[in-house]
Design a protein around this ligand. Structure first.
Ligand SMILES: Nc1ncnc2c1ncn2[C@@H]1O[C@H](COP(=O)(O)OP(=O)(O)OP(=O)(O)O)[C@@H](O)[C@H]1O
Length: 577
């Protein structure tokens, strides 16, 4: 490996410390350094213990025996009394830093653009938050520690060797550098493999999430390709792991070879020098201990440097998310002079998800306070896109959206979303209790207010019949409730939010007659006194709307009441017929 490559690795290892704040960094550095120094001293001191004992055996000088005991006692004190305190100090910094990274990722995901979230598989995000953050944790708690210990220990061993026999020390240093340069040759290859492995794991997690999400379909249709794809990814990860093991094995073999050759060299050369009276047996024993320790230190360093590649790859994936572009604070200029009489107005709005495919063409629509506006149209005509734009998930290309008479840019995205309650087609419940799920509409609401909302949403009755009532756990995504029950809880949540504007993505389309009846009544309650935009997939639900907008290929082709539109015998009449 070139010096430039080594420098860039060192830079990357330093870069990883960015995740830690300054106060923690100081504690981390102190804790890590003191622990590494005490452990190194403990190991280096053994060579002096061995030297004193062997020389005592030769000379019967009892002061050497005491010296060995003192060194050993001091080393044990450092290792068992001092070191644990400092280990706790740096490990605590690590654990709190990892907690902060996960929190930062959570908040970051909340602020990511809809476009990024739609294009990124949940499995990939999950893998970054779990696997990749764990690799960063390993670096802080183990890799840096082992690296630092090996460096300090190597320096300590070389100094000790110099004090025992400088010629041996120089020879050892040469072997050390040679062995080190061989070790790090493998590191770059191993890094590439780790990067591939992490991406493979992310793909596998994504595939598994797909499988779990669609488990009913997988069973029903016996979808074998899903398993084949999962297995393919699994095999890929296993193959990469096998290649990594091969490289790591080669690295260990080289290090072992160097280690034992030099150990034997010391014994042979040391014995010869002893035979000619040029060195004491105690010194030969100390040098042998130091040499074997030194080569182990280099081996460990090489191994840990290759493991660090995994962490660096993981850290980069974490950093990628943290650096990902966020939603802006507001969409549009806050100083626009535009005004509108309507509660919600789309004025000549043009929009495309991808540059070459326009989805909305100069679309204009006004919904006045208290009105119920239904939007109908063929699949793909742009109905859901209108809702996404109104929720501020995408910036529009041209035109203006006005809310409560003011242009979009007048409000922050948080303010816009605060004015809107949204009930999607597939009501999403979070795992937790029914009460929690309703209260997400207004975290400050009292238990009585939660119940009032549930009553208004015709949910109270069925909730009371559940074993734990409002404390019943809904299961993952509300799996323990029926579709209609989930919808009514979602409606209760929207009622509790008490926002002036309501967006409904027709919520009754997948329900049986009885559920539909109750959900429809709940929706009527929810719509009272609010300005509502209702995306209707079935025309029977739009008859009572104040006006109906018919969309086709991103434009409004008709507008009027149910009766007018039927009489016109145009698009609506054809859809209705
Ligand atoms: N995230 C996206 N990225 C790219 N294109 C998209 C995206 N979402 C929707 N589209 C495209 O935009 C067009 C309008 O889609 P939209 O979902 O608004 O239609 P819709 O009228 O709500 O359809 P449906 O009734 O089937 O839900 C379609 O051509 C669709 O393929």
């Amino acid at each position: 490996m070139k010096t430039g490559g080594l420098i860039s690795y060192v830079k990357e290892l330093v870069y990883l410390m960015r995740f830690m704040n300054r106060r923690r960094k100081t504690k981390y550095y102190i804790g890590l350094s003191v622990t590494a120094i005490t452990q190194s001293l403990f190991l280096v001191s053994f060579s002096f213990v061995v030297e004193s004992l062997v020389t005592f055996a030769e000379s019967r000088d009892t002061s050497l025996l005491f010296k060995a005991f003192y060194i050993l006692g001091g080393a044990l004190l450092l290792e068992n009394v001092v070191s644990p305190w400092f280990t706790y100090m740096y490990q605590r910094s690590v654990e709190f830093t990892v907690l902060e990274i996960r929190e930062r990722l959570y908040h970051k995901v909340c602020r990511l653009r809809a476009k990024y979230l739609e294009q990124t598989h949940n499995g990939d995000l999950l893998s970054r938050v779990n696997n990749d953050v764990t690799t960063v944790e390993t670096t802080y708690s183990t890799i840096y520690f082992v690296m630092l210990t090996q460096i300090i220990f190597s320096i300590g061993s070389i100094v000790a060797m110099l004090s025992v026999h400088w010629q041996f020390a120089c020879a050892s240093l040469t072997i050390l550098l040679l062995s080190f340069s061989i070790s790090i040759r493998f590191v770059r290859q191993i890094r590439k493999l780790y990067e591939q492995s992490l991406q493979g794991l992310a793909n596998m997690t994504g595939k598994f999430l797909d499988f779990i999400g669609g488990i009913q379909l997988v069973k029903l249709f016996q979808i074998r390709p899903i398993y084949a794809q999962y297995r393919g990814l699994n095999e890929q990860v296993a193959q990469i792991a096998a290649q990594t093991a091969k490289k790591s094995g080669m690295l260990a073999a080289v290090n072992h070879f160097v280690s034992y050759v030099t150990f034997c060299g010391i014994i042979v050369v040391g014995s010869l020098l002893y035979a000619y009276g040029l060195i004491g047996m105690g010194s030969v024993a100390a040098l042998a201990v130091l040499q074997i320790n030194l080569t182990h230190a280099i081996m460990n360093f090489g191994t840990v440097l290759s493991l660090a590649q995994n962490s660096l790859a993981g850290a980069h994936r974490v950093q990628e998310i943290l650096e990902e572009e966020e939603e802006p604070e507001r969409l549009g200029s806050p100083v626009s002079e535009l005004v509108s009489e309507a509660m919600v107005e789309f004025r000549d709005v043009e929009f495309s998800y991808q540059a070459d495919k326009r989805v909305l063409h100069k679309l204009s629509l006004q919904v006045y306070k208290g009105q119920v506006a239904a939007i109908v149209g063929a699949s793909g005509s742009g109905k859901s896109t209108l809702i996404k734009l109104l929720l501020g998930f995408y910036p529009i290309d041209r035109g203006e959206i006005l809310l409560q008479g003011k242009p979009f840019g007048h409000y922050t995205l948080e303010e816009i979303r605060g004015q809107i309650a949204y009930v999607p087609q597939d009501a999403f419940l979070f795992s937790g209790t029914i009460e929690d799920n309703i209260r997400y509409g207004n975290p400050q609401a009292t238990t009585e207010e939660v119940m009032e909302a549930a009553k208004a949403a015709y949910a109270h009755h069925f909730i009371q019949e559940l074993p734990e009532r409002y404390n019943t756990q809904v299961g993952e995504r509300g799996a323990s409730l029926s579709g209609g029950q989930r919808q009514r809880i979602a409606i209760a949540r929207a009622i509790l939010k008490n926002a002036p504007i309501l967006l409904l993505d027709e919520a009754t389309s997948a329900l049986d007659n009885e559920s539909e009846y109750w959900v429809q009544r709940a929706l009527n309650e929810l719509m009272k006194g609010r300005t509502t935009i209702l995306i209707a997939h079935r025309l029977s639900t739009v008859e009572k709307a104040d006006f109906i907008t018919v969309m086709n290929q991103g434009t409004i082709v008709e507008q009027g009441t149910h009766q007018n539109l039927l009489e016109r015998e145009g698009h609506y009449a054809r859809l209705y017929g």
